[in-house]
Design a protein around this ligand. Structure first.
Ligand SMILES: Cc1ncc(COP(=O)(O)O)c(C=O)c1O
Length: 382
């Protein structure tokens, strides 16, 4: 465990706690909770004493059924003999399940940088080596660089779209290219779709597992945390090649047994409310996003914001000698606004800051971005 990085987010959290009235543009969560339909299921859960016992490792049948329908109609992922569906305690657990199922210690897993830190940590925890391939100046995939990074020890290529921490949405063509590359080289394509509902403007979400014949080498990870305001309920799910089912069940049985059954009941309700629920919450996120873009525009003499048409993040690239964590500390101390340093996501050079805009209502968001812009202008121009 000493080889595993400590995530910086709790450190920033501590700084926020010590500086009351700080507005956090750090948290990767949404401002809303689950739909009413989720809570409606709870009485059903409580009415049946058997529900307090362990349930199937793979998930409760009504949840598997509604997820199957959602995957087929929204993601165009056909479930059949070649693949399997498993309910997990969130997307992070789904990723850990995947890594443990497909690797031996010493194997390599290709991550794109900037990476989602828990992915990097999971790979190291499994005794494997994260091989980092940088995205381009717009935080887009570089399939040729990925191809060159594949060795005889590579077990998987990981992609996330819409992306945390960059907000980039990968075009269908790029994901198809990576998926085909994985097929040709005999490695898995692990694709994290936690932010599938969060796209803006012309950006379109695409699931690589919808590609015909992709099932044997594609692992798709999903989460209810963002779309349904479900972060603390801990429900995610994964679509895996059928031949991994026994392994993933062994792993999940050992670590978890089954995802909390009360949360699985709630998830059935959330899925009944469906995508429309998330869409009904998106209007305010879209407004905050517009406001942030407008305010950040005034930093353009020293700050680049690559296009980010998904999730709820911007990853600012600042032309300055400031070390990102020093800047984050000063922004909290002097301007009472918190963001996350790019170093958290494996960016060792330059000065990048991740700004999250999903968690705040408009008024607080306005005050928060105002503080950030003032802070950056003062500190960087000083
Ligand atoms: C890309 C990505 N995957 C997975 C997760 C974790 O999701 P869950 O709460 O379902 O474990 C996050 C959370 O921020 C994320 O950004």
């Amino acid at each position: 465990m000493q080889a595993v990085q400590s995530p910086i987010i709790p450190v920033v959290g501590e700084l926020i706690k010590n500086h009351p009235r700080t507005i956090s543009l750090g948290q990767g969560v949404v401002h809303y909770g689950p739909p009413k339909e989720a809570f409606d299921q709870l009485s059903q859960f409580l009415a049946e004493p058997e529900n307090h016992k362990y349930k199937l490792v793979q998930g409760i049948p009504p949840l598997l059924e509604i997820l199957k329908a959602k995957l087929e109609s929204e993601n165009r992922i056909q479930l059949g003999e070649a693949n399997a569906l498993i309910v997990t305690a969130g997307g992070n657990m789904a990723f850990m399940n995947a890594v443990l199922a497909i690797t031996d210690p010493g194997d390599e897993v290709i991550l794109q940088t900037p990476y989602y830190f828990n992915h990097e940590m999971a790979v190291v925890m499994a005794g494997c080596r994260p091989v980092l391939v940088s995205t381009d100046e717009n935080y887009q995939l570089r399939p040729e660089a990925i191809r060159q990074a594949i060795t005889s020890r590579t077990r998987a290529v990981v992609t996330i779209s819409p992306n945390n921490p960059t907000g980039a949405v990968y075009p269908e063509q790029a994901l198809r290219e990576v998926n085909a590359l994985c097929r040709d080289r005999g490695v898995f394509h692990i694709h994290d779709e936690a932010y599938e509902y969060f796209t803006y403007d012309d950006a379109r979400h695409f699931s690589p597992a919808s590609i015909p014949d992709s099932a044997p080498h594609t692992i798709s990870l999903f989460s209810l945390s963002k779309a349904f305001g479900f972060a603390s309920w801990r429900i995610g799910y994964m679509v895996i090649p059928e031949r991994l089912l026994v392994s993933v069940k062994k792993i999940q049985d050992t670590i978890l047994i089954c995802a909390p059954v009360i949360s699985q009941f709630a998830a059935v309700g959330a899925l009944k409310a469906g995508r429309a629920y998330c869409q009904s919450q998106m209007a305010s996120i879209i407004e905050v996003r517009k406001l942030f873009l407008k305010e950040l525009e005034s930093l353009k003499t020293f700050c680049t914001i690559p296009a980010a048409s998904g999730a709820f993040y911007f990853l600012l690239r600042l032309r300055t000698d400031w070390k990102p964590m020093d800047l984050v500390e000063r922004l909290i101390r002097d301007f009472r606004v918190a963001v996350i340093p790019g170093t958290t996501f494996g960016l060792e050079t330059g000065c990048c800051l991740r700004v999250a805009y999903g968690a705040l209502r408009e008024e607080t968001a306005r005050e928060g971005i105002g503080r950030l812009v003032r802070g950056l202008k003062t500190l960087i121009k000083a």
